[in-house]
Design a protein around this ligand. Structure first.
Ligand code: AMP
Length: 562
């Protein structure tokens, strides 16, 4: 398929500012109805403004400057002149399109005649992600130039926006799901279920197209690809859980990071809740799985907690949880892994099993899954089962809750004994019970360089919440306090790679980092694009376990502000 076809659809959505759910769904449904199996996956990724599936390890690592260089090479325009134009237009995609339209008029007869295909663009992204080491920026620039040289003005605009991860014409997951359902005449909830199980919307669409409802119903997890985890609802206390579930399981709600462990013979994969592959970051977990999991193939879940570890003779001292930021350092570290692993040891508390020796366990009851888990794992001091009691006594559950808090963890989870595992959903099978403090999970979308002592650091961060239909981010406040110098430094290091544009002291940041903030109040405010402002936001913790797509939405802000 020619890339121009999808670029023209984006252009229409952009120019006509189409944001209505039904209209967007119909546009996507009509478009994908006749896309070939081969191109379907790419087209659906592009519709979501993505270049790779969420669970893929691949990254483009492209900042605006590099694209300016490539554009200069393609068009002969001076870099400074392009930058001036960006200041006028505010969007590099639009700038590229304008410059190319001039070029195209001037060299109409000599320009390439062969059309750019979606496959070529996707291959380009693939190759860019493979560039590493010395000269990689140059190689990336050549690859960008190669595509830009073949692109029409509309294609250039959206190629660049994809490249920078700033589609602006965002189409949310819900719209894609409904569009697949309409295009291939299947139930939207079956499409969603499939997506939650194999996290690959392109494959789900292909199955819907070729095998319809039967195909979707038969989707089972596939080892090597993360399953979207089942989520918990909040509730006010253990009594509510017992009133609803009756006799049920209470488990310590460990303060750490959810991890999905997959094993297929000798091969082990570790995924975070946001579907990132962190296998390389936790070699000790890989070893523990190899040594202690008696199964050929398995998918399990647990909570990874950073602990005090060695040097303490008492077990309870060794197991004391450390602050989440320490675990964040483990997740982000790409080198000297064994060294940091010995400095920041972790323990795993397993709490569920989804798949065992070729068989999906999703439809088994929770109490049975727990038994299977117990029979599959040999526990050690740091590779354990989540501590659990089964009770219908409010008093016992409260005692257990206080015990969990005393251990330094967040509270408890209450789990319905006969509940199946519903991937990806926040169904009422599992409640979280923790001390009450309203917080919001927001995304960092911008920042400002500091002054004086902080001139080298990004010192104030622009926060945003999600608009789920169009997948856009709406600003809601700024955060500049609550960090130590060390944290400012680390934040700057991490955010620097995500800067897409700089204007004086202000930077725009690709929405990717989620943080949990507490605040005094939510006020209506015209200063931010959400229409609301957080009063006195302060950092509670980094949510490395969440992707930007899982950040809180504008609807939640509206609810909380009432
Ligand atoms: P929250 O992140 O506040 O929505 O709470 C849900 C998270 O608690 C899960 O995603 C897990 O990472 C974490 N968690 C900690 N302990 C447990 C447990 N025993 N069972 C299930 N989830 C747990």
């Amino acid at each position: 398929m020619d890339f121009i076809r999808i670029a023209e659809i984006f252009d229409k959505i952009d120019k006509e500012s189409i944001t209505g759910r039904i209209e967007l769904t119909n546009i996507v449904a009509k478009f994908i109805a006749d896309v070939s199996d081969e191109d379907l996956q790419i087209v659906l990724l592009f519709f979501q403004g993505k270049t790779f599936p969420m669970w893929s390890n691949k990254e483009l690592g492209i900042a605006e400057n590099l694209v300016v260089k490539a554009l200069s090479k393609t068009t002969g325009w001076k870099e400074e002149k392009i930058k001036d134009k960006i200041r006028e237009e505010g969007d590099l995609g639009n700038v590229a399109s304008k410059i190319l339209s001039e070029r195209i008029q001037h060299s109409l007869f000599s320009s390439e005649t062969e059309n750019l295909t979606v496959k070529e663009v996707s291959n380009g992204f693939q190759k860019i992600s493979e560039c590493s080491g010395g000269g990689s920026q140059d190689k990336k620039m050549q690859l960008i130039d190669k595509i830009l040289s073949k692109a029409t003005e509309t294609e250039a605009k959206f190629f660049i926006r994809l490249l920078l991860g700033e589609m602006r014409v965002g189409i949310g997951e819900g719209v894609i799901r409904d569009a697949i359902a309409i295009a291939y005449n299947v139930e939207p909830n079956l499409v969603e279920r499939g997506y939650y199980l194999i996290s690959d919307i392109g494959r789900v669409a292909r199955i819907a197209k070729t095998n319809g409802t039967d195909g979707l119903e038969n989707i089972v997890p596939k080892i090597g690809i993360p399953v979207r985890v089942m989520l918990a609802q909040k509730t006010d206390g253990v009594k509510v859980a017992i009133d609803e579930f009756g006799k049920c399981a209470f488990e310590v709600k460990y303060d750490g990071m959810r991890i999905q462990i997959q094993k297929n013979n000798g091969k082990i994969y570790l995924f975070t809740r946001r579907l990132e592959n962190v296998t390389d970051q936790f070699p000790e977990i890989v070893r523990a799985v190899k040594e202690n999991v008696q199964a050929d193939s398995v998918i399990m879940e647990g909570e990874t907690v950073a602990i005090q570890g060695t040097g303490q003779c008492d077990v309870s001292e060794r197991r004391k949880p450390r602050v989440f930021q320490e675990l964040s350092r483990r997740i982000k570290r790409k080198y000297d892994i064994e060294e940091i692993a010995s400095k920041i040891p972790v323990e795993i508390n397993l709490f569920d099993i989804l798949y065992l020796d070729g068989k999906s366990l999703l439809n088994e009851k929770f109490e049975d899954r727990r038994k299977i888990l117990e029979n599959t794992v040999r526990t050690t001091e740091t590779f354990r089962l989540a501590e659990q009691i089964i009770t219908d006594s409010v008093e016992d559950a409260e005692k257990f809750y206080n015990y969990a808090i005393k251990l330094g963890h967040e509270g408890v989870m209450a789990k319905k004994s006969d509940a199946i595992y519903q991937a990806g959903s926040r169904v009422g099978y599992m409640y979280k019970i923790k001390p009450l403090m309203e917080t919001l999970d927001v995304v960092i979308v911008g920042g400002t360089w500091g002054e004086g002592k902080r001139a080298q650091w990004l010192a104030s961060f622009l926060l945003a919440v999600r608009e789920p239909v169009s997948n856009k981010f709406l600003t809601i406040g700024r955060l500049g306090t609550g960090f130590t110098d060390e944290e400012f430094k680390e934040m700057t290091e991490n955010l620097k790679e995500l800067v897409t544009r700089e204007e004086g002291k202000d930077v725009e940041i690709r929405p990717s980092i989620v943080i949990e903030v507490a605040y005094e109040e939510i006020q209506k405010s015209p200063s931010y694009t959400s229409g609301y402002a957080l009063r006195f936001p302060r950092l509670v913790r980094f949510r490395d376990d969440k992707s930007a797509e899982e950040a809180d939405t504008i609807e939640r802000v509206e609810e909380l502000s009432r």
